[in-house]
Unconditional design. Structure first.
Length: 555
């Protein structure tokens, strides 16, 4: 039976990372504000132009006519932003005829296709007659809130109860909006447009979550730039091809967008639509690329756009005497707000309660520093039981996980896991068995491990030689869930580190060799003496890494 040794540590500082590592900050809130600032005029202009509000003749303009000019403006603005920000350096490159140019990989190419669909379907959604800005946003944002936890669950990421509660609230919002049949007209084309939008977001979020939600700025920016290399140019090329074919009303709309529309009075506000979309696309993409789970990033995205939708709707009502949102649409928007409140604040609630829990534990240890060892162990065990009950309710948000990786998980990483557990117990000055449910967890895994094998006999003997308890260890292969949850991934060799990064690019910033000065060679086949030497070296390195992490001894 697989056993995962779990121990508690007193609170310590987080490890220092290199300059390129991102830290949690207020930056994501600035991105959310920027998204609101650009989304408000984007949605208002799209609805105003399509309804003929800016034309002296009040000529209606279809979304198919709008797209060519708006997408052209988006392409030019997006590439100008990337150039001005000097972000081209982050993209992967290929050499063609002796010239090195930015070039996407297969996954960023697919994600670029998804965002191309999203750009086109978003503008079309706001241009359809019979649908208000707020009604469209309820459909789009309610749908994203629904698929967010589904994406996380499909990638084996933890989905907490309030994410599912938010999904239920989002579903109710959609039902309320759709039940108000007298205040909207949802054609089959509009329904298919929304469906395509949500399908594109589902696949985009899956790709993004798996590859690019990282603390490493170079990883996230590479993803962003490579995605944009594909998105708008492909969309513009597709529109041009359809316009050239010119069969049917839709394709003829695209053709007019490339020809007669360019001389109409609506072309300038349409170009502004494209400019605003490029700016908001930068903000929303960087929001989604924040390494925190989708249940935090999606509310930031949805909340900003819902607020902008309300401002844009009331603005058009005030300036152009358009119908304000219906009571049912406002109620559905309120339910979306309820869904958002389930998500983001509760996400932070666990974080802050976890900090409070650690602070109280530290205070308890200081209070008991004059007690004898038996009294201290008893008090600590009692407190940990209470903390465990709290952690079971809140999902153990404060837990820290350290992952040790080698090839087969039968000796080096397995010994490091056991040594780590013993070292933590020693620093707390309590028996390992009294620690109970974890605040910090030691894991080990293998790059090419065959699951279910025991630790080698020589490794067990080496641990006993150091006085380290031998756990009931069975081998396990490294998984995306292990890597995503780990605070740090300690590899035994440089080859292991490169393999982990190749398998999980988003973990590059937290994956390192346990020995900064060299590899821990595999002792298998080298005799017991080599195993003992390897275990001693690992013990020294585990202590060094714990000191580096700020995991200090109890007072």
């Amino acid at each position: 039976m697989r056993r995962r040794s779990l121990v508690h540590l007193v609170e310590g500082r987080k490890p220092q990372m290199h300059a390129e590592r991102r830290r949690f900050s207020l930056g994501i809130w600035a991105l959310g504000f920027g998204y609101f600032v650009f989304y408000t005029p984007y949605s208002a202009l799209t609805k105003a132009v399509s309804n003929g509000l800016l034309s002296p003749t009040e000529k209606l303009v279809s979304g198919f006519e709008l797209l060519p000019a708006s997408v052209t403006a988006t392409v030019l603005t997006m590439f100008a932003i990337i150039t001005a920000a000097r972000w081209w350096k982050y993209a992967g490159r290929r050499e063609f005829f002796g010239v090195s140019i930015p070039f996407p990989n297969q996954w960023t190419f697919l994600s670029g296709l998804c965002i191309a669909v999203i750009i086109g379907t978003t503008t079309l959604a706001f241009s359809f007659a019979g649908t208000s800005i707020l009604f469209v946003l309820v459909l789009l944002r309610g749908g994203i809130l629904l698929i967010g936890p589904i994406v996380d669950a499909s990638l084996n990421r933890r989905v907490r109860w309030f994410s599912w509660a938010a999904s239920i609230a989002s579903l109710l919002a959609l039902i309320v909006a759709l039940a108000d049949v007298s205040n909207y007209k949802l054609t089959l084309l509009a329904f298919l447009d929304v469906l395509a939008y949500l399908a594109a977001y589902f696949f985009r979020l899956r790709i993004m979550t798996r590859l690019a939600k990282s603390n490493d700025k170079s990883v996230t920016m590479r993803y962003f730039v490579e995605e944009q290399i594909v998105a708008t140019p492909v969309l513009l090329a597709a529109l041009a091809i359809l316009a050239a074919i010119g069969a049917g009303d839709i394709m003829m709309g695209f053709r007019r967008g490339f020809t007669s529309f360019l001389t109409s009075e609506a072309v300038v506000p349409t170009l502004l639509i494209g400019v605003f979309y490029a700016a908001l696309c930068v903000c929303t993409t960087l929001i989604f690329l924040d390494r925190r789970e989708n249940t935090f990033c999606i509310p930031m995205h949805c909340g900003a756009s819902m607020l902008s939708g309300l401002v844009a709707s009331w603005g058009l009502s005030f300036l152009y005497n358009q119908a304000p949102p219906s009571p049912a649409q406002l109620n559905s928007a309120f339910l979306i707000v309820i869904a958002l409140l389930f998500l983001s604040p509760l996400h932070h609630f666990e974080l802050y309660m976890g900090k409070l829990n650690r602070a109280l534990r530290g205070a308890l240890l200081r209070f008991n520093r004059s007690s004898n060892e038996a009294e201290r162990a008893s008090a600590l065990a009692s407190f940990i039981r209470e903390s465990s009950e709290y952690g079971a309710m809140t999902g153990n948000q404060g837990r820290r996980i350290l992952l040790f990786v080698c090839s087969g998980n039968t000796c080096r990483s397995a010994m490091a896991e056991a040594i780590g557990n013993a070292e933590v117990a020693s620093r707390l000055k309590v028996p390992l068995a009294s620690l109970g449910t974890p605040e910090i967890e030691m894991l080990s895994a293998g790059i090419s491990a065959k699951p279910g094998l025991p630790m080698t006999a020589e490794a067990q003997t080496a641990l006993r030689h150091l006085g380290v308890p031998v756990p009931e260890h069975t081998t396990r292969a490294i998984t995306p869930e292990m890597v995503s949850q780990a605070e740090v991934v300690y590899c035994m060799t440089e080859d292991h580190r490169r393999s982990v990064i190749q398998m999980f690019p988003a973990a590059a910033s937290k994956t390192k060799c346990i020995d900064p000065n060299g590899d821990i060679e595999d002792p298998i086949g080298a005799g017991l003496e080599k195993f003992v030497a390897c275990a001693k070296r690992l013990q020294d390195l585990v202590r060094f890494r714990f000191d580096e992490l700020g995991l200090q001894a109890a007072p």
